[in-house]
Design a protein around this ligand. Structure first.
Ligand code: NDP
Length: 601
């Protein structure tokens, strides 16, 4: 263990590095892929086919429309089918289901939450995975399998972006407008557009001047690069000078592929990611089958969530990078019983195990990267959970190749883009292609991320209803917006390490409410103002939020280092007793059959 004096110096360095990166413009440093930048979010995977607008009458209305065809839509759709709901319509701007896995087809895309819990409905669809961590194309295929299995393609509308959502009080239906001129109708509507779906670009001066080729990682241009999402060599890059801006979780996965394919690769780094061991491996079903009896996935999900949120379980069924972090903290708490088991002991254990882990991560860089200066620049100086922890076994080694150049900007970032390339300090790097691995909007106004602002009863806009911040019952129901269900982790379990778990539960909840409405022949379901107020008060009393640690290096986990206050903070809140208790609570709420707080009319 590092001695306390050295550790103090490490912590002082964390602070110095944080201050270097803190910017007055926070989230405003990024620009939306709109207007002159809108081509950055065109769909490269599915050609746009012209079609006539669909204008539906009240008698055409489907039972449930779901805005978003990713895991949220698929899981809710599956649960609705299981509850016997007939007409379910997924609507997505992409050309197929899959959501984040539809868009993020960059080479090397993979999920590093263990597949047996990340991929939902493995039991329902009879799929057997081969690897501990699943590759993006296989996850996309699993999404398609769910859609086929539950017949969700039947009424789906793809390549169509929702631009308006209006409650029709006369017919008690929602009217959904799209950018294809559609006016679709639905009795109930769900909004599940995903926490990270709106690509953003760095607002670097001169970005529009670049005369070479450029694209965002979530719209990979294989026509230009060659290769495919399975990771074949990108022959189109063989003689090209390629730059990639950003070194977050996406860049970490695609850089090894770019390194193999590009003539020259320039990696422009502002903050290095922490790169822990990945150790992907073939799943051994001889060992796993005894732990996988009927209902296994639900038990595994609960086991992961318990361990990942600081609880105690007899066994770690999942054993991935996330449960390893928790295991270390727990072991330390148990090894020091004299410090007690309260929040302070937990925090001390977290800090100590993090100090140890970050030392390991920095030592790993030295053990893999040959050039000492490059190795130094790749070392992260912050706590592991300040940014998305990365797990990869080839990323660091890419920097040993002679065609790969790390351009570290010492926390400043790329300062200027020119017609010919990228400027860092006074040096211009001439490039044929710039790839923006600059992430997705988090913490911007919801209507900007969703692309529409629902108008509920009496034409009230959701942005007005939420003028003081997000306000719901269970993250899902909003007073004045009958038959509308918001699907996401916020104001509910807020489990970030395994987003699909939130969505599995939300899907079950929506399906049971809609089935109940049908049973009662109710045309509307709406939360009371009182139930909504009480729920928000409960969340605020607990103060459990996602991210927001302003002592961390800036990033989307902490609102770019600026305090998250007032209205913005509301949207980050989670159930005070944590995800495990939330999932138990919501199951009991559903199963009681009372649906407390909702009015069926
Ligand atoms: P991120 O937001 O994590 O990364 C954006 C990157 O752009 C950062 O490295 C940022 O630097 C950098 N950047 C921004 N402006 C500049 C600039 N002017 N100059 C240089 N660099 C700049 O986006 P990602 O797409 O990488 O990841 C988004 C999320 O998606 C992840 O956090 C994770 O939740 C999920 N994901 C999960 C994966 C998995 O399961 N393994 C894989 C991929 C994504 P800085 O850090 O300094 O802000």
């Amino acid at each position: 263990m590092t001695d306390p004096g050295t550790l103090d110096e490490v912590h002082r360095r964390y602070e110095r590095e944080r201050l270097k990166r803190l910017r007055p413009d926070g989230n405003d440093q990024y620009i939306a892929a709109e207007g002159v930048f809108s081509h950055y979010v065109d769909d490269p995977y599915m050609p746009r086919v012209n079609r006539e607008p669909m204008v539906e009458s009240p008698t055409d209305a489907v039972d449930v429309a779901f805005i978003g065809g990713g895991f949220a839509g698929l899981l809710t759709g599956a649960a609705l089918r299981q509850a016997g709901v007939e007409r379910v319509r997924l609507i997505d701007k992409g050309g197929d289901v899959g959501g984040t896995w539809y868009w993020n087809r960059y080479p090397g895309a993979m999920c590093d939450t263990a597949s047996l819990i990340y991929l939902p409905l493995l039991e329902g669809t009879g799929d057997l995975l081969s690897e501990k961590y699943t590759r993006g194309p296989d996850i996309l295929e699993h999404c398609r399998r769910i859609a086929r299995h539950f017949d969700l393609y039947r009424d789906a509308v793809f390549s169509s972006e929702v631009t308006g959502l209006t409650w029709d009080d006369a017919d008690r239906q929602w009217v959904i407008a799209t950018n294809r001129g559609d006016r679709l109708r639905a009795r109930h509507v769900c909004v599940g557009t995903g926490p990270l779906h709106k690509a953003k670009l760095p607002g670097i001066p001169g970005i529009e001047e670049f005369a070479g080729h450029s694209f965002h990682t979530s719209r990979w241009d294989y026509d230009y690069t060659g290769g495919d999402s399975d990771g074949s060599v990108m022959t189109g890059l063989a003689n090209r000078r390629v730059g990639i801006i950003g070194t977050g979780a996406t860049a970490v996965q695609c850089i090894p592929h770019l390194a193999r394919s590009a003539g020259e690769l320039f990696v422009f780094q502002r903050t290095p990611s922490s790169i822990d061991v990945r150790a992907n491996r073939t799943l051994d079903y001889d060992e796993l089958t005894p732990k996988m009896g009927p209902g296994w996935q639900r038990r595994w999900l609960e086991n992961f969530t318990i361990l990942q949120t600081g609880g105690i379980a007899d066994e770690d069924l999942v054993m991935d990078g996330w449960t390893d972090i928790s295991q270390r903290i727990r072991d330390r708490v148990l090894a020091n019983p004299e410090r007690g088991f309260g929040p302070e002991a937990m925090l001390a254990a977290y800090h100590e195990s993090d100090d140890e882990k970050m030392e390991e991560i920095r030592a790993r860089v030295d053990s893999i990267v040959d050039d000492p200066a490059t190795a130094d620049a790749l070392k992260p100086w912050y706590r592991q959970l300040c940014k998305r922890p990365c797990f990869h076994d080839e990323y660091l080694d890419s920097f040993n190749r002679s065609n790969v150049h790390l351009i570290d900007t010492d926390g400043r970032g790329v300062e200027h883009i020119t017609e010919g390339g990228v400027m860092v300090g006074d040096v211009e790097f001439e490039l044929d292609c710039i790839i923006y691995a600059s992430g997705f909007e988090v913490g911007t106004d919801f209507q900007r991320r969703w692309g529409f602002d629902p108008a509920g009863r009496g034409g009230q806009l959701l942005s007005d209803a939420w003028a003081d911040g997000m306000s719901t019952l269970h993250g899902m129901h909003v007073h004045g917006f009958p038959n509308m269900f918001v699907i996401g982790p916020s104001q509910a379990a807020n489990l970030i390490s395994n987003i699909p778990h939130n969505l599995v539960e939300a899907g079950r909840t929506v399906a049971s409410i809609i089935a109940e409405a049908e049973r009662r022949r109710a045309e509307t379901v709406e939360v009371t103002a009182e139930a909504e107020r009480d729920w928000v008060a409960l969340l605020e009393s607990g103060g459990r939020t996602f991210g927001g640690d302003s002592s961390c290096t800036p990033g989307y986990y902490n609102n770019e280092g600026r305090p998250i206050e007032g209205a913005d903070r509301r949207g980050m809140l989670g159930y005070p007793s944590g995800p495990v208790e939330y999932f138990r609570y919501i199951e009991a709420w559903r199963e009681s059959g009372e649906f407390a707080g909702l009015v069926f009319d």
